[in-house]
Ligand binder design. Structure first.
Ligand code: LLP
Length: 442
């Protein structure tokens, strides 16, 4: 069965009676008029269709726990949706912890990840009742134990390991000692275990955690990941008589940015994970563990689009046509950072034939600020509304105020209604943190 991560457009996308693109029952041109552009638009039905697919696909494994990787897109409203859908949250900074807590999220269903969590962040995590901490390295083991001890608390922890599986979109390589900044090398696990057993008595180790990559199209890497983790669990059981009952497989499931992308469905990935867990549990005579996954991109990527207004254009003599829009690399860093490709349409001309090759340029002061290179579209005129699909994940979350351009607003659309979930930044907010030293005011 196909799932929404295998589609380019949000599930509610259609061309309406005005001849415009509509998402969540809302005409994109009307949204542009009401909220201005650039604008991030999130289709609630697509997010919920994905979370429903995850729940359905894993329903035969009752010890499954889904954690949304909030780094993909996080606002208080997103936390509310995840709470309603029964998902936990994978958090990776003080800011994400604060957002979750201030949205009223049940903090016992959160996990704190990261390779260099600070004293203040860990302190805050414990004060706000974080569910579990995935400890990344020896430094953090000592630091976290000290903080927990000072509060007279015991913290549930996972050990983040580097499983030696590196994913690329279509291929993967395995190495014994992957060169990665994240997690304990497999050869360091015993030392960590002995420290926890003998010294760090405020840490309660419940399992192992790994994350093998992002925008993955392969099932086999998940099978291999389970294999590596189970081998460790079995080895730890035999050597230390410790039975770890939780494994966290991280995130990574891919989405379809363009026709060339062929992501697998949530059912395929679920079946692979469940099969490999059951096979390994039987083979090693280990109780079926609690299994956590942390999908980010696949939950929110397809649900989000960004609309821009077409402004100036330039035809290089005997060269490219550049069409500039009112946003760019500060609201979507992915094209300039990763050469990421997107599917683009003109929201007020969805039925017109593509006739010209054009490069969509951003408005930021940098030649590399190109959102889409050499794509074929109907003729663009000033004022047209340009829609970029699949910007829901790692768009807003990686946005900046480069050139002191304001961050766009975000709306959630559903059944013909639109609700602001992020207000457009104001110039006053932009300068809010600036301070002129007194000595300069004289
Ligand atoms: N868990 C951990 C520990 C992670 O590091 C990540 C992503 C996830 C889960 C979620 O992975 P996802 O399901 O979203 O693939 N900025 C890049 C993506 C960076 C992903 C970092 N870690 C991009 O825009 O493509």
């Amino acid at each position: 069965m196909n799932t929404a991560n295998q589609e380019i457009k949000p599930v509610t996308t259609r061309i309406n009676e005005n001849g415009n693109i509509e998402i969540g029952g809302c005409d994109l041109i009307e949204l542009a008029n009401e909220y201005a552009t650039p604008l991030y638009i999130f289709d609630e039905a697509t997010i919920r269709s994905i979370t429903k697919s995850y729940k359905d696909a894993f329903k035969n494994y009752p010890k499954m726990r889904m954690m949304y990787a909030s780094k993909a897109f996080m606002t208080k409203a997103m936390c509310k949706i995840m709470a309603q859908e029964g998902f936990g949250l994978d958090l990776c900074s003080g800011g994400e912890i604060y957002t979750a807590q201030s949205s009223g999220f049940d903090m016992s269903k959160t996990l704190f990840n990261g390779n260099n969590k600070s004293y203040d962040e860990l302190n805050m995590a414990l004060d706000l009742g974080i569910g579990t901490v995935s400890v990344d390295n020896f430094f953090e083991l000592a630091l976290l134990n000290d903080i927990a001890k000072s509060k007279n608390k015991t913290v549930r922890i996972l050990l983040r390991i580097t499983p030696g599986i590196e994913c690329h979109t279509h291929e993967y390589i395995q190495t014994g000692h992957l060169d990665s900044k994240f997690g304990f090398d497999l050869t360091q696990i015993d030392e960590a275990l002995e420290l926890i057993r003998d010294e760090y008595i405020n840490l309660h180790l419940v399992g192992l955690h790994a994350h093998i990559g992002s925008q993955i199209f392969e099932k086999q890497v998940y099978y291999d990941e389970v294999d590596v983790i189970f081998n460790e669990i079995k080895r730890i059981k035999d050597k230390y008589n410790i039975e770890l009952s939780e494994i966290n497989l991280g995130g990574g499931l891919g989405i379809k940015y363009t026709e060339e992308d062929k992501p697998i469905s949530i059912y395929e990935i679920a079946n692979t994970i469940i099969d490999s867990i059951r096979t390994h549990a039987q083979k090693y005579n280990i109780d079926e563990p609690y299994v956590f996954i942390e999908p980010g991109r696949s939950i929110v990527g397809t649900a989000g689009v960004t609309i821009y207004t077409a402004g100036s254009s330039k035809k290089v003599p005997n060269g490219r046509k550049y069409q500039a829009v009112d946003g760019g690399m500060a609201d979507n860093a992915r094209p300039s950072l990763y050469q990421a490709k997107y599917t683009v349409e003109i929201a007020n001309k969805p039925n017109e034939k593509p006739v010209e090759k054009v490069t969509i340029a951003g408005r930021f002061c940098e030649s590399g600020d190109i959102l889409a290179k050499d794509i074929v579209l109907p003729e663009i005129e000033e004022g047209d509304i340009i829609c970029f699909y699949n910007t829901g994940a790692y768009g807003y979350s990686m946005s900046s105020n480069y050139n002191r351009v304001l961050k766009p607003a975000a709306v959630l659309v559903n059944n013909g209604k639109s609700d602001i979930i992020i207000n457009r930044q104001t110039y006053a907010q932009l300068c809010e943190s600036d301070v002129i030293p007194d000595r300069m005011n004289g």
